[in-house]
Design a protein around this ligand. Sequence first.
Ligand code: HEC
Ligand code: HEC
Ligand code: HEC
Ligand code: HEC
Ligand code: HEC
Ligand code: HEC
Ligand code: HEC
Ligand code: HEC
Ligand code: HEC
Ligand code: HEC
Length: 318
Amino acid sequence: MNTTIQRWLVAVMLALVGMVASVHAADVDPREEIEAVLDKKFSDGKYSRQGADGCMRCHDDQSEKPATGIFDNIHGMAANKHGPMSDRQCEACHGPADNHPRNPRRGQMREPMITFGPDSPVSSEKQNSVCLSCHTDSSRSAWHSSEHAFEDLSCSSCHKVHQKDDPMMTPKLQVETCTSCHSKTKSDLHKRTSHPILNGDMQCSSCHDPHQTVNEYSLNFSSINETCYDCHAEKRGPFLWEHEPVTEDCTLCHNPHGSINSGMLDKRLPQLCQDCHKVPHANVDIPENDLRVRGGSCMNCHNQVHGSNHPRGSALRY
Ligand code: HEC
Ligand code: HEC
Ligand code: HEC
Ligand code: HEC
Ligand code: HEC
Ligand code: HEC
Ligand code: HEC
Ligand code: HEC
Ligand code: HEC
Ligand code: HEC
């Protein structure tokens, strides 16, 4: 908590300096105005005494903005020692109530509360600092260097806390959320061959950790191949006869999101092979009309394309 308060204090001071400087500006952005009020409320720190009970007077199922969903969620469980309900409750996330529960009909001003998501007037960085004040584990601490933080995503672009199951913990919902932004990946998933993602057996987080980019492409492991070996261990070798592109990068031949070709291959056989082996068989006499060649696939003979341990496997045929 204290670290959030410190962050917000700094933010408030910066905001105040900004306000003094812009006092004569003709148009004040209403979003900035709300943010300034929220900053002030946060630094005043006037939390309510009733906690969640007080909020539920107005935010029950009958209200315009119901909040009951939180009690089905892990964050709404009082038994959770480090959770919000054991401490400031709703205000742990939405900030101090202060004058929020006022009645405008009696001419009183209702102060805003901190809100989350893309439509919130609060910047993503400040929204996220609320979540990150509790979520300090190693994956989350790398958040600030991630592509998604760089793109100004908020935690609640992906996570939802006012419902029973977080969409990120439910394979199908996770994939739907990710592909709502990543449309190229979405179309790949629907091609002829793909990982079993659409049926829910796998999900984006089987390979990616969207909170960080310590690893390239935010992958779960230090390289593309290490990520693939996690499930396809037999492809790791070591092989007596290696095939160079395989040890270098599986995606030289495969698109892990899906492809119109068999086996998620980037290109059709034998085109795939011929792109690198322009004139194979310079020293080998294979009759042009050999059925296996005419069959179109180099794999008819070179069937150990990922590497071979056979004493005579140098040409990946055994
Ligand atoms: C763990 C942090 C957290 C806690 C605790 C929490 N909320 Fe929320 N609240 C959020 C987030 C994040 C959203 C945005 C929707 C979502 O992600 O589920 C939200 C949305 C809302 C909204 C809708 C706001 C809008 O813009 O329409 C209301 C109202 C609300 N919360 C009230 C409450 C009340 C009342 C409590 C306590 C009973 C509470 N919240 C507890 C994080 C929290
Ligand atoms: C006296 C009634 C009342 C109480 C008590 C109350 N609220 Fe609200 N709250 C409202 C109303 C009405 C709105 C809708 C305001 C609007 O849309 O203009 C609202 C809106 C919100 C929003 C959406 C953001 C915003 O500022 O519009 C959040 C979040 C919220 N309340 C959280 C809380 C929390 C947390 C508590 C308890 C600390 C609480 N409220 C207590 C009446 C109340
Ligand atoms: C007051 C501390 C606190 C705050 C603030 C908080 N969380 Fe949590 N959160 C917890 C605790 C405790 C758990 C339970 C799991 C654990 O022990 O790590 C949890 C669990 C989660 C989980 C795992 C959910 C699951 O179903 O397993 C997600 C995702 C999450 N929080 C996201 C968020 C987001 C997003 C925010 C900001 C809107 C947020 N949290 C704010 C304390 C907090
Ligand atoms: C791009 C989408 C995305 C964003 C943005 C995002 N997360 Fe996550 N988060 C995920 C996914 C996917 C998982 C599930 C990972 C898994 O299955 O291990 C997850 C899991 C979690 C968990 C549970 C981890 C566990 O091991 O139980 C927590 C806590 C969490 N995220 C917090 C946050 C916080 C805090 C933020 C904002 C700083 C955030 N997330 C932003 C996608 C996201
Ligand atoms: C709100 C939109 C949004 C959502 C939701 C979202 N992303 Fe992203 N993501 C982006 C943007 C924007 C970028 C940066 C530009 C790009 O590469 O498309 C990005 C980049 C990435 C990258 C490349 C990162 C790198 O380090 O090179 C990966 C991988 C990724 N997202 C995976 C995911 C996964 C997995 C999910 C779901 C858990 C997800 N995204 C959800 C918007 C989103
Ligand atoms: C089997 C592992 C695997 C799964 C599952 C997976 N990815 Fe990837 N993804 C990769 C690899 C490897 C790369 C980097 C090489 C490449 O682009 O082919 C990558 C790259 C990306 C990129 C950045 C490059 C680009 O193509 O724009 C995005 C965005 C992305 N993945 C999103 C997703 C989303 C969304 C999902 C879930 C629908 C997902 N990925 C599922 C392995 C995977
Ligand atoms: C989380 C586990 C997991 C990871 C990580 C993973 N895969 Fe897979 N892969 C699978 C599963 C499951 C299948 C489907 C197996 C089946 O249907 O028998 C599969 C199938 C395949 C297939 C065969 C598809 C077909 O149509 O015959 C290829 C090629 C493949 N994966 C390549 C990769 C590559 C390249 C990577 C790394 C970018 C990777 N995989 C990472 C689990 C994984
Ligand atoms: C030189 C191109 C090439 C590279 C590089 C490559 N593969 Fe393959 N892979 C193939 C071909 C060709 C097939 C057969 C596809 C078909 O069914 O039509 C295949 C099939 C597969 C299959 C399904 C059949 C089987 O053998 O289990 C998996 C899984 C697979 N590859 C994983 C990987 C992994 C993991 C890597 C990286 C370590 C990798 N591949 C690198 C060309 C390649
Ligand atoms: C990305 C480029 C690339 C692709 C695609 C590729 N290869 Fe290779 N291949 C190489 C390299 C590099 C070597 C090792 C250097 C050499 O001897 O030419 C090699 C070696 C070989 C060898 C052993 C050569 C020897 O000297 O004994 C065979 C056989 C082979 N590849 C067959 C295939 C087949 C079949 C395919 C298609 C499934 C294929 N390659 C796809 C790059 C590639
Ligand atoms: C009828 C079986 C057969 C087919 C089909 C075949 N090859 Fe070969 N390939 C061989 C034989 C036999 C050798 C020599 C092996 C040896 O020296 O042990 C060879 C050697 C190679 C070599 C290494 C020596 C060299 O001359 O470069 C490469 C590379 C190669 N083939 C690539 C391919 C590619 C690419 C295709 C598909 C266009 C293909 N092969 C189709 C049988 C075949």
